[in-house]
Design a protein around this ligand. Structure first.
Ligand code: 13P
Ligand code: SF4
Length: 307
C-alpha cells in the first residue's frame, strides 16, 4: 500500500477512535500495519485479560471471530467490533457437542478443557478455557484426573507430555497453518541456518515439537527471542509474529520454517476495514444473554486459575 494512503488511513482511524471513544486490540498474526496502530497487541491470554479491563465504549478487535466473541463475553457492556466478520478460525469449529456429552457420560470425573480458539457454544459446554500460554498450569491445577481437551489435538498432546499424571482424551481438531509445518520443512530450515534456535508454537504436530529449542505461545516466543543472547531464530508459527520480533530485536535475524505460514483469516483485517467499521458499526459482535452467561463461566475460571 502506498505510504501516503496508509498514513491518511492511520490518521482517520486515530480521529475516529477519539470521536467514538474506541480502542484497538490486535493479535500478532494480523498484518504489520494493523499491529502498528493497535493500542494493545498480544497473545490470546493477554488480550483476554485486557478485554476485562477496557474503560472505553468500543473495542475494535483485530483478529478472528472467537477473539471478538470472547471479548464481548468478558466485557458485555462494551461494543465489540470486528473489522471483517468473516475472519474466522477453522479450528474453532472442530469439536462437537454430541462428543462432549458422550465423553461426559463415559467418564465420571472428566473436565472438558476448551482451548480459547473455539466457538462460544463449545465454550458453554466446557469446564474451563485455556490458552497456549496457560494450558499446562491450568490442567495441573484442575482436581480432575480425566481431561477431554478440545478442539486442538496438537496442543492437547503437548500439554499431556507436560502433565503425565493426568489421563487425556484427545479430540481431532487442528490448526491448518501449524499442521502444515512438517519435520522435513524443519530439518531443511535447520540445515540452512545451523546457528539458529528453533522456537515453535504448541499448535504444531508432536514430531515437529521434538525439534524445538523452545515451545510457547506467540508472546512467549517473542519474549524468549528478545531475552536470548543468540542472534538467529527459526520461527514455527504464523509469520505475523515476525513484525513484533523485528521491532523488539532489530539486530537479530528471524526466519520462517516455510513460505506458507500465513493465516488467511487473520490477514483479512485491514486498515480500510478498521476505518469503515468505526464509521458504520457494521461488525458488531452479538452473543445472546444465555450463551454469554454459560460461556463466561469457563473463561472466568481460566482467568481465576491463571492468577
Ligand atoms: P497465542 O497467540 O495465544 O499463542 O495463539 C495462537 C493462535 O493461533 C491464535 O489464533
Ligand atoms: Fe486459527 Fe490457526 Fe489462524 Fe490461529 S493461526 S486463527 S489457530 S487457523
Amino acid at each position: 500500500m502506498a505510504v501516503l494512503i496508509m498514513n491518511s488511513l492511520m490518521e482517520q482511524i486515530q480521529q475516529l477512535k477519539k470521536e467514538k471513544n474506541a480502542i484497538i486490540m490486535a493479535h500478532y498474526y494480523v498484518p504489520d500495519e494493523v499491529q502498528a496502530i493497535a493500542d494493545y497487541i498480544g497473545d490470546s491470554f493477554y488480550l483476554s485479560k485486557i478485554a476485562t479491563k477496557v474503560k472505553e465504549d468500543t473495542i475494535v478487535f483485530c483478529g478472528v471471530s472467537f477473539m471478538g466473541e470472547s471479548a464481548k463475553i468478558l466485557n458485555p457492556s462494551k461494543t465489540v467490533l470486528l473489522p471483517d466478520i468473516t475472519a474466522d478460525c477453522p479450528m474453532a469449529h472442530m469439536a462437537d457437542i454430541d462428543t462432549i456429552q458422550r465423553i461426559k457420560s463415559e467418564y465420571k470425573d472428566v473436565a472438558v478443557v476448551c482451548y480459547i480458539n473455539s466457538t462460544a457454544e463449545l465454550k458453554s459446554y466446557s469446564d474451563v478455557c485455556v490458552t497456549s500460554s496457560n494450558a499446562i498450569a491450568i490442567v495441573k491445577a484442575l482436581p480432575n484426573k480425566n481431561i477431554f481437551f478440545i478442539p486442538d489435538q496438537n496442543l492437547a498432546h503437548y500439554v499431556a507430555t507436560q502433565v503425565p499424571e493426568k489421563h487425556f482424551i484427545f479430540n481431532d481438531g487442528y490448526c491448518p497453518i501449524h499442521k502444515d509445518i512438517t519435520v522435513s520443512d524443519v530439518t531443511t530450515a535447520k540445515r540452512l541456518h545451523p546457528d539458529a534456535e528453533f522456537l515453535v508454537h504448541p499448535e504444531c504436530p508432536p514430531d515437529v515439537l521434538a525439534y524445538a529449542d523452545m515451545i510457547g505461545s506467540t508472546s512467549e516466543i517473542i519474549d524468549y527471542a528478545s531475552k536470548s543472547t543468540k542472534n538467529e531464530f527459526i520461527i514455527g508459527t504464523e509469520a505475523g509474529v515476525l513484525y513484533e520480533l523485528k521491532q523488539k530485536n532489530p539486530n537479530k535475524t528471524f526466519y520462517t520454517v516455510t513460505n506458507h505460514q500465513c493465516c488467511t483469516d487473520m490477514k483479512k483485517v485491514t486498515l480500510e476495514k478498521i476505518r469503515d467499521v468505526l464509521l458504520s458499526y457494521n461488525g458488531n459482535v452479538e452473543v445472546s444473554d444465555e450463551l454469554r452467561h454459560t460461556a463466561h463461566l469457563p473463561l472466568n475460571r481460566m482467568l481465576e486459575l491463571a492468577k
